[in-house]
Ligand binder design. Structure first.
Ligand SMILES: [Zn+2]
Length: 452
């Protein structure tokens, strides 16, 4: 299938040279960008021509951390004002009742919500496996496939329950043997390592305070042997610092060094409470980072020093985090919050709109080590492209810099989205999925789960 996107008002490529082309065009063959330019577009035989007159086009956004099942548990009044550990202890009692259908439906709704705000690739961190439910990861993959998003699933885990000094209840943790066995199973079934893969799997013990040291070590070894990425939460709150020092005799980053996690296979969510020495170690290992500013604000966790990290070798992407701590999956808001939150601590020039957009695109792609395939609009990369109509009210008066306006003027959602060469959103509507149907199902499952 040969496609031409023509008459593009402004094309922000986010390639190496940060080129922004007026009156541009992109030719696409199947799922790959074949060529692009500005001015006269190529005449020739295209199966389809898409007119992007009056639009701003950007590379699709990459969300690097989420807990999609949590979109069933948003704005729960009892924990709207709780700190992370109290918030977790309360919600585990609700989360422990999820089943395969709850995971499948919340995966779909959670992803659709993000796609409306420009996400074309997302990760998810599913770490909760209530006893008796062995197909939750499979249900999540099934849900993700329905949406058409490019998906990086992470097989999460918890092996340390309350009786062992951890936070989660006994019924949602698994033994190390169960977890390692399932790593093998889900990687065989769902990890496609080929270029332009739509389905990848990483391994993701939940956090230092919910898994054993041995599981961290074994996970890193398994990843090394099978060429996989690894992921966990790290240095999110002060409480975690204290927990790690008390339990392991080390602060979180030093503990990661001990368990073999300071490698370029790793990406960490949060990294809020890191000092200069930590940043040096993380940079030397070239780890990835999922920066979650809204979640960090929502839980009062703190401000991750990304302004100090942006010129190091740490690969920085953005993430909405789970919907119990955000409580939205609006990725555009995440980009804006990333920019604004740095300015609260470091001043007006701490992070520019384009730097925040870079984290959201090529930065996220590099976190997944997929920056040769996605994250910018370039010849030979996947056709993951989003578009905004510039006649929307939020862009009015801002047309001197539409790219900056996406962040500064709080763009409300995309009008166009293409993932791997398939148009998934056109004129602001999903092309082949009934959003209302999933919203209805989600609300009925959420109501039931809250009543248990
Ligand atoms: Zn998280």
């Amino acid at each position: 299938m040969k496609r031409l996107i023509k008459n593009i008002g402004l094309l922000a490529t986010f390639n190496e040279g940060q080129e922004e082309l007026k009156n541009a065009w992109i030719s696409i063959e199947d799922n790959v960008i074949k060529d692009l330019g500005s001015g006269k577009f190529p005449r020739g035989s295209f199966d389809e021509e898409i007119d992007a007159n009056g639009m701003l086009l950007l590379p699709g956004f990459v969300n690097t951390h989420h807990h999609l099942y949590q979109s069933l548990f948003r704005a729960i009044s009892s924990v709207q004002n709780a700190k992370l550990f109290d918030w977790l202890v309360f919600l585990y009692e609700k989360w422990k009742n999820i089943d395969e259908e709850a995971v499948r439906i919340s995966t779909v709704t959670g992803i659709l919500e993000m796609m409306k705000s420009g996400v074309t690739t997302t990760s998810d961190h599913l770490y909760l496996f209530p006893r008796g439910h062995t197909q939750l990861f499979d249900a999540e993959i099934e849900g993700a496939r329905l949406t058409g998003v490019r998906f990086y699933g992470t097989r999460g885990s918890m092996s340390l329950s309350r009786k062992d000094g951890g936070l989660p209840p006994d019924s949602v943790v698994q033994s190390q043997e169960e977890i390692l066995h399932d790593y093998e199973r889900v990687v065989n079934l769902y990890h496609d390592p080929k270029p332009f893969s739509m389905s990848k799997v990483a391994l993701a013990p939940c956090s230092p305070f919910s898994v054993t040291e041995r599981l961290m070590v074994e996970t890193a070894k398994f990843a090394e042997k099978n060429n996989l990425l690894i992921h966990t939460h790290l240095a999110e709150t002060r409480d975690e610092d204290e927990f790690c020092v008390a339990k392991f005799g080390l602060r979180p980053v030093d503990y990661m060094e001990r368990v073999g996690w300071l490698t370029n296979r790793t990406w960490f969510a949060h990294l809020v409470h890191v000092n200069e020495n930590d940043i040096k170690k993380l940079s030397e290992a070239s780890v990835g980072m999922a920066h979650c500013p809204t979640s960090n604000m929502r839980l009062g966790s703190g401000i991750a020093p990304v302004s100090k990290m942006k010129d190091t070798s740490i690969r920085i992407g953005l993430a909405v985090d789970g919907s119990s701590s955000n409580d939205t999956g609006n990725f555009l808001l995440e980009i804006r919050n990333a920019m604004l939150l740095q300015r609260v601590r470091y001043g007006a020039d701490a992070l520019t709109a384009r730097e925040a957009l870079k984290f959201a695109t090529i930065g996220g792609a590099s976190v997944f080590k997929m920056d040769k395939e996605i994250g910018s609009i370039e010849k030979g990369k996947a056709a993951d492209i989003i578009g905004f109509n510039l006649d929307r009210i939020e862009f009015s008066g801002a047309l001197s810099d539409p790219v900056g306006a996406v962040v500064f003027c709080d763009a409300k959602g995309v009008d166009f989205s293409m993932v791997n060469g398939n148009v998934v959103i056109d004129e602001g509507e999903f092309v082949s999925i009934n959003e209302e149907e999933f919203v209805e199902k989600q609300n009925s499952i959420a109501k039931k789960l809250l009543s248990l």
